[in-house]
Design a protein around this ligand. Structure first.
Ligand code: ZN
Ligand code: ZN
Length: 886
């Protein structure tokens, strides 16, 4: 059994890892030659302002009095430059946002997972292509591009990472720091001959990264005064920076300016996902080579933004975030970043048609280069007769388009040249994604095969050990035939040889070879399958169809709840009706009533908004009070029941109640102190960590009586959960564990219905009396139902408050009792624990159910595993469908 368990773990790890190989692989290729336009560029230097975490609407809209929050930027839109929205992609995090901006490609998720600060993959960027770059801002962002660049032409000025404290101080100092340093820099340059001459070179970049708005958004949300005031401060600071620069260069008109942000921010102060508030960022550009404002009478946009912002008459031009990189490169005349997939937004350029056409041509060749390299790479590692080239862009067509575009430019048909280049770019990008996902289908098939095999194997094991299949007929045990093992070995060798020929990465061997032994194990049990089918045929068809329908319906609800949280509500409502179907209602009215009550109560949670959007500290306090009330009731009932209530037990119980009270106090005082901007008090921080540490130890000291142990676990976990809560979610584990407690009793009732278990009160079951697991009873349909309940409750525990969604969007407010200085890993670990707490409660309850129903947990685990496998496969199927559709 242990071997089976380890094998199962291995299989699941392999298939989990496969996601990263199949879906999240780096799109980058290397070996292209740099491409640049052979015409003099309009600007000598470029200034890039990135206001981290600034959403478009808060910048562009007018305040209550009809004034702009950013008068300088608004003035530019109306009198000096061009503007629009920059559409970013998921994940809307700082790192991928900046990579798209400066290097022109959308980073894959694995790069984000591999490291925040260093470069997991080598890539080229505008900063690398520049002659010199000076940058000021957060160390997390600047070092990323400095490391990627070769030579010593990138200069970075950063503050300590410790300054990024969400709780304390006025974080606008992150921005004033940058502005002050730039001022000092230009002041010093006047007396520094070598710096002065560097500053007068061409192709130079100044990059100002402004983190204050992002930090204020996380700490106070974008609707706050702090966030909006920070925008004003950045606007004023930029005005000053621009005038200093213009003054330094004597208004030579050779500077181009770009102002944008890496991502937006949700109303509840997070980013990472694909909500419009996160993906819509401002883009304003002016100066050398940029078009002046264009007055228009009507604009074609579906949204109501233009009207809202009163910018209807100034032409808005939206772009994709990665398009900014080629725009910047063409402005100062450096080669386009090698891995850029951005398309030059020619409408922004104030230049000759020849320049636009030539730049577009360069852009097309640069992207075509990537396509060629990618195709060559794929071709080299694929067997010639298996290689299916991208049909829309064969070599002849490439040559044809390039030649045609060249001749158009010669004939001065510039518009035709531009549109032809655009067509080539679109084809090349399509081809790039074609080769990038070339292996996806093949790998996905293998993984699905493996999973199906594993699920069937787990299922067969259960059938074998729990059903009396032979039914008296003494069949001779057939030895598995040599034919089967030989053919499996042959298939394995063939697959390995096939992969070897194609020069596949080692992980492919695992994905492709793993299904072979699994299916061998399944097929070896052919006799069992045959017997099971004969057994099934004896069941009346109407029964069979009925069970099958219930089964499919249950699985569908589970799968759908991954996508729509309200399906959990539907499931819980069905649970509430369950006692009426069985005889439970007639036998145990009070238990049934509480089951219905708590199911309905829990059903309300998935309907509420995702955690963190509406903080309400009073609900957290309410949850704490309820816990205290409940524990008082439990305490009195325990004292009543036991004459000899041991002192230590009482002490432990009181201590746990005290920790709940403490965590309530800490949460309250931390949140009020943060609201007053006094930071996180050290004492609060210490108490929080102590409560967390004790909560892991205290339940172990509790008495081994099932009920008391469970209650002690609940108290401990609740004290931590309160510390990590910001709103209604604090009530969730409480309601969940009440339902779990009723569940334990319900299961005991159903077992008694079958006359199996001797009546044993839940309160009197002890953990120490090890149940004899060799006495298996037969598996009933009830066990399948129980396994389904478990899986359903686990899914509810995960998605009940929408916690999963807030992990990727990092709702930082929930960890403020523990730390306020930005530290992704510590914060991630705390958030993870918050998500795991309801999960732990369900698992404990399930263990208790196992104990009271006296069945080895391994059996149900198998059923659950089979179930999970099916769920997984279903999900996989849905995912692959979604991918193929898109
Ligand atoms: Zn950011
Ligand atoms: Zn952020």
């Amino acid at each position: 059994m242990l071997l089976f368990f380890i094998l199962g773990l291995f299989v699941h790890f392999v298939f989990f890892g496969s996601i990263f190989d199949i879906y999240f692989t780096s799109p980058l290729v290397h070996g292209m030659t740099p491409q640049f336009t052979p015409l003099p560029p309009p600007a000598k230097r470029l200034v890039l302002f990135v206001a981290d975490g600034l959403r478009a609407d808060t910048l562009y809209e007018l305040d209550e009095n009809g004034n702009s929050r950013a008068p300088f930027i608004r003035n530019i839109i109306m009198h000096e430059g061009s503007w629009g929205l920059s559409h970013t992609r998921v994940p809307t995090e700082s790192r991928p946002g900046h990579v798209a901006l400066i290097a022109g490609f959308y980073e894959d998720v694995s790069a984000v997972a591999k490291g925040w600060k260093e470069n997991p993959v080598e890539f080229d960027s505008l900063i690398n292509e520049s002659k010199y770059t000076w940058s000021w801002g957060s160390p997390d962002i600047l070092t990323m591009f400095a490391k990627g660049a070769y030579g010593d032409h990138v200069f970075t000025y950063t503050y300590d990472a410790d300054s990024e404290d969400f709780g304390a101080h006025d974080v606008t100092k992150l921005d004033t720091w940058v502005f002050d340093k730039v001022k000092e820099f230009f002041h010093a340059a006047r007396n520094n001959q070598s710096l002065f001459s560097k500053l007068n070179e061409e192709k130079i970049v100044f990059f100002l990264h402004l983190l204050g708005i992002d930090t204020n958004g996380h700490a106070h949300r974008p609707s706050s005064r702090e966030y909006k005031d920070n925008i004003k401060l950045v606007d004023a600071g930029m005005k000053e920076m621009v005038s200093i620069l213009e003054h330094f260069y004597g208004n030579d008109g050779k500077t181009a300016f770009i102002f944008t942000s890496d991502h937006g921010m949700t109303d509840w102060g997070s980013h990472g996902a694909g909500h419009p508030s996160e993906t819509l960022t401002p883009f304003v550009t002016w100066g050398a080579g940029i078009k002046y404002p264009q007055k228009v009478s009507a604009q074609k946009f579906d949204d109501a933004f233009l009207k809202e912002w009163r910018l209807e008459s100034w032409k808005r031009q939206d772009i994709h975030q990665a398009d900014i990189a080629p725009l910047m490169a063409s402005l100062i005349g450096v080669p386009f970043p090698l891995n850029s997939v951005g398309i030059l937004p020619v409408d922004y350029l104030n230049n000759t048609d020849l320049f636009k056409a030539e730049s577009m041509f360069t852009n097309a060749i640069q992207i075509l280069e990537q396509f060629k390299v990618k195709m060559t790479q794929k071709k080299e590692v694929t067997l010639p007769f298996l290689f299916i080239p991208f049909k829309l862009l064969p070599e002849s067509k490439q040559l044809n388009i390039v030649r045609k575009a060249r001749s158009y430019i010669k004939q001065r048909k510039y518009d035709e040249a531009v549109s032809l280049c655009k067509e080539l770019i679109h084809l090349a990008l399509k081809g790039l994604s074609y080769y990038h996902t070339y292996d996806r289908f093949f790998l996905a098939i293998n993984v699905v095969l493996g999973f199906l095999g594993w699920t069937s194997y787990a299922f067969l094991l259960i059938i074998k050990s729990h059903f009396n299949l032979t039914r008296g007929v003494n069949k001779e045990v057939k030895k598995p035939s040599h034919l089967l093992s030989c053919s499996c070995i042959a298939i394995g060798v063939f697959v390995a040889f096939f992969l070897l020929l194609q020069d596949c990465p080692w992980t492919y061997y695992i994905y492709c070879l793993l299904p072979v032994p699994i299916w061998y194990a399944v097929l070896r049990e052919f006799q069992v399958i045959q017997d099971f089918v004969t057994l099934l045929l004896t069941v009346p068809p109407s029964y069979f169809v009925g069970y099958l329908l219930v089964f499919i319906l249950g699985i569908e609800i589970l799968v759908l709840s991954f996508f729509y949280r309200y399906m959990l509500t539907a499931g819980l409502l069905a649970f509430a009706g369950w006692p009426f179907i069985t005889q439970l209602w007639t036998r145990a009215k009070s238990i049934s009533l509480s089951w219905i009550f708590f199911s309905l109560l829990l059903a309300a949670f998935p309907l509420m908004p995702v955690v963190g959007r509406k903080p309400d500290i009073f609900l957290v306090m309410g949850a704490g009070l309820l816990v205290l009330l409940l524990s008082l009731c439990v305490l009195t009932s325990l004292i009543k029941r036991k004459d000899s209530f041991i002192n230590e037990e009482l002490l432990l119980h009181l201590f746990q109640m005290l920790s709940v009270v403490l965590s309530m106090c800490v949460t309250y005082s931390t949140h009020s102190s943060l609201r007053k901007k006094q930071g996180l008090p050290l004492l609060n921080q210490i108490i929080s960590w102590l409560i967390l540490a004790f909560s892991l130890v205290l339940p172990l000291l509790s008495p081994t009586s099932l009920f008391e142990r469970l209650f002690s676990i609940l108290l401990s976990l609740m004290s931590t959960y309160i510390l990590l809560s910001t709103g209604y979610e604090a009530l969730f584990p409480l309601v969940l564990s009440c339902l779990m407690f009723v569940w334990i009793q319900v299961e005991q009732e159903t077992l008694q219905q079958r006359g199996i278990s001797c009546k044993q009160k839940v309160t009197s079951v002890r953990f120490t009396c090890s149940t004899d697991i060799t006495q298996f009873r037969q598996l009933y349909l009830d066990d399948v139902r129980r396994a389904f309940f478990l899986v359903f409750f686990l899914v509810t525990a995960f998605f009940g408050t929408g916690n999963i969604a807030s992990v990727n969007s990092f709702d930082l407010a929930s960890v403020y009792c523990f730390l306020t200085v930005f530290s992704p890993f510590m914060m991630g670990a705390l958030m993870m624990w918050k998500i795991l707490i309801p999960f732990v409660l369900v698992m404990c309850a399930f263990e208790a159910v196992q104990l009271t129903t006296q069945l080895s947990s391994k059996r149900d685990f198998n059923v659950e595993q089979g179930r999970a496998g099916v769920v997984w496969n279903e999900k996989w199927r849905v995912c692959t469908c979604a991918v193929t559709v898109s």
